[in-house]
Design a protein around this ligand. Structure first.
Ligand SMILES: [Zn+2]
Length: 311
């Protein structure tokens, strides 16, 4: 059994380590408002007991979970949604229109991921995905908003990392829950409070044009903090947005110029190492590669698929 690791980060928001693969890799968020709860991202099935433990610690009954809100239907964000909905009888799931059918019937999602990871690995990381009753699923188009116990949460459609990705603006904390759209910043790579931010990919979805537009859209919301799923809150968004834009653009250029995916992978890896060492990060080259190996593989795959689609 994993231990609950979480941090209260102000305005009723807590960041919980979802304990997916390793500590500090993936988080999810609890918003507490008037004794009620909303979760933004829920990790996997193995994260759900931790979320329930946190509710107990905060004296919030499961009946007071109003919303379960995965930012998109990748399994490190939405894998535990069905299980959480089973435990929280009054919760409504809010999901992107392109993700809803996979929450109502997760069999294709599970089959697809099992094919990628292998059955055994899939079960080990995710367990069995649980279907969610259609009646309990609300679809959120761009501009949709909910009144969560007097707290407005507004949904913005933000493709780029995935077509089924939205972000959630929370006026109360002047923050935005960004899933993977505002990039990834691992704690191991933060130097003197300065996060190292980059665009993560899935094996099949990476759309630089859409992504750049989504970053602009997020910045236009005027928030001064972003709640990243990978990992925790970041402030001072302007310089981070510009680093993220540069890296989305640069990775796209790498992909277009690269003769094959092996060469692309080498280039992406070399770029990361060079940029991270420049920040004064004390990790060795091998340690940097260890932190980023999964992302380097996924970015290479995502970019390769994008280039092929555009060819
Ligand atoms: Zn993710």
């Amino acid at each position: 059994m994993n231990n609950l690791i979480y941090e209260d980060i102000g305005h009723g928001v807590s960041c919980i380590d979802s304990q997916y693969i390793r500590p500090g890799l993936a988080s999810c968020y609890l918003i507490e408002q008037n004794g009620h709860a909303a979760f933004i991202d829920v990790g996997t099935n193995y994260t759900v007991p931790l979320l329930i433990e946190l509710l107990a610690k905060k004296n919030i009954p499961l009946e007071n979970v109003d919303y379960v809100i995965p930012t998109h239907v990748h399994l490190d964000h939405a894998g535990g949604a069905g299980s959480m909905m089973q435990h929280a009888p009054n919760a409504q799931l809010i999901i992107h229109p392109r993700g809803a059918r996979h929450m109502i019937d997760p069999s294709r999602l599970q089959a697809g991921a099992s094919a990628v990871y292998g059955e055994g690995e899939f079960k080990k990381h995710y367990g069995d995905l649980i279907a969610i009753d259609e009646q309990r699923v609300t679809v959120a188009d761009d501009g949709f908003n909910i009144n969560f116990q007097g707290r407005t949460l507004e949904f913005i459609d933000t493709p780029g990392h995935a077509k089924h990705h939205f972000c959630i603006v929370d006026n109360t904390s002047n923050g935005v829950f960004t899933g993977d759209t505002f990039g990834v910043a691992y704690p191991e790579l933060t130097v003197n409070g300065q996060p190292f931010i980059f665009p993560p990919s899935s094996p099949v979805d990476f759309n630089p044009e859409d992504w750049l537009k989504s970053i602009d859209k997020l910045m236009a919301a005027g928030c001064n903090r972003a709640y990243l799923t990978h990992f925790n809150k970041v402030d001072e968004l302007q310089p981070l947005a510009s680093a993220l834009r540069d890296r989305v653009t640069l990775f796209a250029q790498f992909a277009m110029q690269s003769p094959n995916s092996d060469a692309l992978k080498t280039q992406v890896q070399a770029y990361f190492i060079e940029e991270i060492l420049k920040t004064g990060c004390q990790l060795t080259t091998n340690e940097i590669i260890n932190v980023l190996s999964l992302d380097i593989d996924l970015i290479t795959q995502g970019l390769t698929v994008w280039v092929e689609k555009n060819a």
